[in-house]
Write a protein that binds this ligand. Structure first.
Ligand code: ZN
Length: 339
């Protein structure tokens, strides 16, 4: 089975020869940037460098996919948000002091959105990766969900206050922003992506499970209807309370955080959706060693998690040794159990 077949089978809940290893968010690190001479922020903006850094997930780490959209700000940059591009050792972020929009009537997609350099950085990199790596590896694109886009274009505080003051207006904002999610997602599929990560940061620490059901569940189901490839929803934090709702959206998989126990998460989704995760970033991958990584991988495999991955985009100074332990542990676990 090729890496691509393994990932797509897992996403479609079909049998696999072993559990795939694939981070739907990002495994970019400073060490990998140095190795292939593709540092941030250029490696978020120049398609050749994006592709070169993304390829290392497959060629150096031995994961089953490549994931060229490293950050969460490419669409927001193309919409006109003020971006702090940072340096090699820091993620680019949206400067939050000056939101570009105030209400749903402001939401307008520039006609040349897909031609913006920070969108083309992703779509062109997907074309390059497909050409250079062939058809054996899964290419996972990424399109930001409306909740995340709302934080960037309206500001976190003002958007969250609006959900209390005027929920109908919030729904209008989310529906209009979803058009951007669809546009960005479809452009990556057209470029050759096999699946898409769909981060929508209705995170456990800021909003409740009921909020998820009220504002996002239907919109996420609509995304599934609109996008002709498997979608992997990503939400950080403690999300057990919304997993039963997420399982009803029709998404292929949910990328979950280490704040949720793998066994409990499997029970919460009850076969309605596949799970991807959930090796801890700040402690295990960043600060501990291969032994601890291995024991978390085994815990996920024993729970039946369908795809093994770090819980989120990894810290940029994560040691390669710890990342390489993930596929090694999956292979050993599988070999120990084969007849
Ligand atoms: Zn995350």
């Amino acid at each position: 089975m090729t890496s691509k077949e393994r990932v797509l089978n897992a996403l479609n809940m079909n049998p696999v020869d072993r559990t795939p290893v694939a981070n739907p968010t990002s495994v970019a690190t400073v060490e990998l940037m140095d190795l292939v001479d593709a540092p941030f922020p250029a490696a978020c903006r120049d398609p050749e460098l994006v592709a070169r850094l993304a390829a290392t997930e497959y060629t150096e780490l031995g994961f089953d996919c490549v994931t060229p959209y490293f950050s969460i700000i490419q669409e927001s940059s193309a919409l006109g948000c003020d971006i702090q591009w940072e340096d090699k050792d820091n993620w680019p972020t949206v400067r939050m002091n000056n939101p570009i929009w105030k209400s749903s009537s402001d939401v307008k997609v520039p006609s040349d959105f897909l031609e913006h350099r920070d969108i083309k950085a992703i779509t062109e990199s997907i074309r390059i990766l497909r050409q250079e790596l062939g058809n054996d590896v899964a290419i996972i694109g990424k399109t930001m969900g409306p909740w995340t886009l709302a934080y960037h274009v309206f500001g976190v505080e003002s958007f969250l206050l609006g959900t209390v003051d005027d929920p109908n207006e919030t729904m209008k904002c989310l529906e209009k922003l979803t058009e951007i999610s669809i546009l960005m997602g479809q452009a990556q599929i057209d470029a050759g992506a096999d699946a898409l990560t769909f981060p929508d940061h209705a995170t456990g620490d800021l909003v409740s499970g009921e909020y998820y059901k009220r504002f996002l569940q239907d919109i996420h189901s609509q995304m599934v209807d609109e996008i002709p490839s498997p979608l992997i929803l990503h939400i950080c934090g403690k999300t057990i309370d919304r997993m039963p709702y997420i399982a009803q959206t029709g998404m292929a998989a949910f990328h979950f955080d280490s704040k949720n126990d793998p066994q409990e998460a499997m029970e919460a989704v009850n076969g309605g959706i596949g799970l991807v995760g959930n090796i801890n970033n700040p402690e295990t991958l960043y600060a501990r060693g291969p032994d601890e990584v291995r024991s978390e991988v085994y815990k996920c495999l024993e729970a039946g998690v369908q795809m093994i991955a770090p819980e989120c985009a990894i810290p940029l100074v994560t040691k390669i040794e710890n990342l390489m332990e993930i596929p090694a542990a999956v292979k050993d676990w599988t070999a120990e159990r084969s007849p």
